[in-house]
Design a protein around this ligand. Sequence first.
Ligand SMILES: [Zn+2]
Length: 236
Amino acid sequence: MPSAKRTKPMRRGIASGSAAVALTRQAEDYLKTIYEIERNGDAAATTLIAARLHIAPASVSGMVRRLARQGLVEVERYRGARLTIRGRRRALQMIRRHRILESYLVTRLHFGWDGVHEEAERLEHAVSPDLIERMAAALGHPAVDPHGAPIPRADGTVDDMRLRTVGDLAVGRSARVARMSDRDPALLRYLGELGIRPGVSLRLVDRAPFEGPLTVAVGRMRHIIGTAVARQVYVR
Ligand SMILES: [Zn+2]
């Protein structure tokens, strides 16, 4: 068997969609989900993927094996899936689409920041690379989306550092809100009512013992928030 066939040149860069194999919408969602789980430092266990995608763990295993055959993930026995370089590139490409769509919907079409996640979840699988790049250009190539999440660049790089949450702050310390989870519209509306948005400064005034509520000062206002909320608000 001639071995020359095996030495395919490596493709680099995420901007051109042409080099990439077409993936199903479901596969694209898996890659994004695995990326988000890995961001927190561990391999993506089947149970974690299933919980985030709201599906049965049994169906996750099959899809993960398929992604492994396509060279997009590697499976570590008893631990879970990790993205390969190619898989990570595809995941970041999807995340770039998602976050540019959200930015465009909020900035240009005046959607509320609590309403754009679901729209972007649907559109990200349908838009062409050209449309996304035109949207990015029309917005002046923003660095973050409306929820403060970094938008991966067209070359596939991203400054996606792990951040502390309000819940991690020491009492008396101030910090600037960097980003928040975009998955729960009700949470975003609630935070919006409290004036807690990316770019806003806040101070942790008090923390009740035994995982009790936190008192935060936002401008002249003081709010009492639950620990579950404090864990969703990232600061720097
Ligand atoms: Zn979103």
